[in-house]
Ligand binder design. Structure first.
Ligand SMILES: C[S@@+](CC[C@H](N)C(=O)[O-])C[C@H]1O[C@@H](n2cnc3c(N)ncnc32)[C@H](O)[C@@H]1O
Length: 258
């Protein structure tokens, strides 16, 4: 790692608590270099000295490192497996289900979970916690306005039931909103709650180094209750699941065995 980038990472960690050394280096460097070049800086050192004093630039930087792309029912076939196989199995054993959408971005994922759960159970029978590093993504989630594009994969009856069409946007209904509790959290640093029946962590592990992934799989496993399920993204298969006390329950779903 170049000295320039190493010093930048250290300074960012001190200022924001975000440890960029746990994110894949080449990818992160590329994203940040293109940002600072666009702004007219020529090195990470120069970039940091402005970042340090300029709130707006800091916001742009945070925006660049947190890639918020999301959609409702992302990879819809996996959500069908969740609804038709994984949840019915969980519900055979449990009457109250505790769910965590980790790295929830602007809310599409936890709200998809809320729609699915409300279709199966009364709201009093489940809790959904949704967390993300990015406070502005959480703010957007709490507002709950979405473009047509983010609704492309959602089942039609869910779209009809839970959204109000407002101009160019769709507003999520209050009954769905009230099922989700949002919190800011850094997965790489903060403590995890425990006894989850279902943890959904999708499309964020791809940005992390192998060491960070290893740490996180251990932490997720520790946060699951007995027979709890970890649902990962469609490029994020865990190759050595047994190391974390997990077994495959279906493609991209892992059950805790211990
Ligand atoms: C591509 S989005 C994934 C959203 C959703 N899970 C999905 O699959 O559609 C990645 C999210 O990870 C969040 N993120 C990145 N690093 C994080 C960290 N260290 N802790 C918590 N969230 C993080 C970003 O802020 C962003 O909202």
């Amino acid at each position: 790692m170049s000295k320039d980038y190493y010093d930048f990472i250290e300074a960012v960690d001190r200022k924001t608590g975000i440890n960029l050394s746990l994110y894949k280096e080449a990818q992160m460097k590329r994203r940040l270099t293109s940002l600072y070049e666009k702004k007219g800086y020529t090195s990470f050192t120069e970039f940091y000295s402005s970042l340090h004093q300029n709130e707006n630039l800091l916001k742009e930087f945070l925006d660049r490192i947190t890639i918020n792309v999301s959609e409702f029912y992302r990879n819809v076939k996996r959500w069908e497996v969740l609804e038709q196989k994984i949840l019915p199995d969980l519900l055979k054993e449990k009457h109250k289900i505790k769910i965590w959408s980790a790295a929830c971005s602007t809310g599409e994922e936890p709200y998809s979970l809320a729609m699915m759960m409300l279709n199966l159970l009364p709201a009093s029978s489940f809790t959904i916690i949704a967390t993300d590093l990015d406070a502005s993504a959480i703010e957007k989630a709490q507002i709950g306005l979405y473009s047509e594009r983010s609704l492309a994969e959602i089942p039609k009856n869910m779209k009809r039931r839970h959204f109000i069409h407002q101009g160019a946007y769709y507003k999520i209904s209050d009954d769905i909103k009230s099922c989700v509790t949002f919190k800011q959290q850094n997965l790489l640093k903060d403590r995890f709650e425990s006894q989850f029946d279902l943890i959904v962590c999708r499309n964020v592990m791809i940005y992390f180094t192998e060491d960070a992934k290893d740490l996180l799989y251990h932490k997720f496993s520790g946060a699951l209750g007995k027979n709890g399920i970890l649902f990962v993204g469609s490029t994020e298969q865990i190759f050595n699941a047994s190391k974390y006390g997990l077994v495959s329950a279906d493609t991209f779903f892992y059950r805790k065995t211990i």
